[in-house]
Design a binder for this molecule. Structure first.
Ligand code: GLU
Length: 451
């Protein structure tokens, strides 16, 4: 039987990194096994579900490249894929439960009778979890009286207002849509015995379950939407690459058998399986995520880098069509971890006036004999007959020799004089791109500034 997995978000908020990782694991597992990945919208909670939230989720999945084989906008043989449009199917399944004597009415609600025996979940990640729902549900802790009280263990599956409850529609749809593997967050593990009881009452073979560990903040607290890195649309805005985010999300709970950490989507598809998923909670680390992004950025082709960096350059006022852009972008590969960090690395090349960083200037003004160094440097570079990296280095080296200092002693004044800062791209390639007249102009301007 072909593998069929599903991502079943409730459109009540943004696409969170935990949800996106669940989608990714479902997608990878289906693709690894040549199966199908289905997107199902769990929007039975009409009050909390919104079209905007759904759009954010769809956009996030699309940005990540987690395309669905069946679902909204794509269709498929098992639609509709929004639970709010599947009322007739749920009515049909409720009739089956009624016919089997599994349900009864209670104050206008419909309750499913839970069996009085041990139910064991055999989870691919968490192992065996056993529970007796009747025993477990018969007592409930009342947070107001702070006491245990008797409770009805039977599960409400339909509200008095006619709306169906999550547990029921979730199980019905997994049956109807032929889902073979339910991969979801560990927060749903405690629901699974109820779901198994429903599968059994409906005469259906349950899917295989895999509950993946939660993704927490570095200090072990639950991530909230306000935490850095929590929301997928912010990754796009911050200049992450979708495949890098997928790569990092894959590592939140999964590892390859070797120590590798950088993977393309094709590699993840090849390697991903549950034997690599661990059962302890993962800790989200924004810096590590940025590092992964930097690695992906470095491996982009020149064309890809140019296309992806384009919008970030334009936003910073760097004309993306400038013919120095392709060469300038090469200088950013080792210096930027995010697309949004690229403009700052090369901005000076495109500025008509140097913006001097005070701390950098102070490092140079504190040097002995700075005017002598600057004039030797300026004269040496002005006299260079050619203007490639080799010729520029030779000119700086000769200028240094001429005044009896090491070449290194001229590099910092040159960098600060021309680029205004001690950070940014490598100096000599920047000099090449700026061209000889502009470099001389900047050095003279800097010397005048220091006078
Ligand atoms: N709608 C549920 C959620 O967003 C999905 C649960 C499941 O994957 O079975 O948590």
């Amino acid at each position: 039987m072909s593998v069929r997995t599903r991502f079943a978000p409730s459109p009540t908020g943004f696409l969170h990194i935990g949800g996106a990782r669940t989608a990714l694991y479902n997608w990878l597992y289906a693709k690894h096994h040549g199966g199908q990945f289905i997107l199902r919208v769990e929007d039975t909670d009409a009050e909390r579900s919104t079209a905007e939230s759904m759009q954010v989720i769809l956009d996030g999945l699309q940005w990540l490249g987690l395309d669905w084989d069946e679902g909204p906008g794509v269709g498929g043989d098992f639609g509709p894929y929004n639970q709010s449009e599947r009322g007739e199917i749920y009515d049909r399944y409720l009739a089956k439960l009624e016919a089997g004597g599994y349900v009864y009415e209670d104050d206008g609600a419909i309750r499913f009778r839970v069996p009085d025996r041990t139910i064991t979940v055999n989870d691919l990640v968490c192992g065996e979890v056993s529970v007796n729902l009747k025993e477990q549900g018969s007592r409930r802790y009342n947070t107001e009286t702070k006491q245990e009280e008797e409770a009805n263990p039977d599960i409400v599956i339909k509200r008095p207002n006619g709306g169906y409850i999550f547990h029921f529609v979730n199980v019905v749809d997994d049956i109807e849509m032929g889902i073979t593997h339910v991969i979801r967050g560990e927060d749903h593990l405690s629901n699974t015995p109820k779901h198994l009881a429903l599968f059994e009452a409906l005469g259906a073979t349950p899917p295989t379950f895999a509950h993946i560990p939660l993704n927490l903040n570095p200090n072990g607290t639950k991530m909230s939407k306000r935490d850095q890195g929590a929301l997928i649309h912010e990754y796009q805005e911050s200049g992450f690459l979708p495949d890098a985010v997928n790569n990092y999300m894959a590592l939140l709970g999964w590892s390859a058998k070797d120590d590798r950490e950088i993977f393309s989507m094709a590699e993840l598809k090849d390697l991903f399986d549950f034997d690599g998923v661990n059962n302890s909670n993962s800790k989200f680390d924004y810096d590590k995520c940025k590092w992964v992004n930097g690695e992906h950025l470095r491996h982009l082709s020149n064309g890809e880098l140019q296309e992806l960096a384009g919008p970030f350059l334009s936003r910073s006022g760097i004309p993306a069509a400038d013919d120095r852009v392709p060469a300038a972008l090469q200088l950013t590969r080792e210096r930027a971890q995010l697309l949004s960090e690229i403009p700052a690395v090369i901005a000076t090349i495109f500025e008509s006036e140097v913006s001097y960083d005070d701390a950098a200037v102070a490092k140079v003004t504190g040097q002995d004999d700075i005017q002598n160094k600057l004039s030797a440097l300026t004269a040496g570079l002005a006299n260079s007959s050619g203007w490639d990296e080799v010729e520029i280095k030779a000119a700086i080296s000769a200028a240094a020799e001429g005044i009896g200092v090491k070449m290194g002693a001229l590099m910092l004044p040159c960098r600060v004089g021309v680029m205004g800062s001690t950070s940014g791209a490598d100096l000599v390639p920047v000099l090449v791109l700026l061209g000889q007249p502009e470099v001389i102009r900047r050095l003279k301007g800097f010397s005048a500034l220091l006078d």
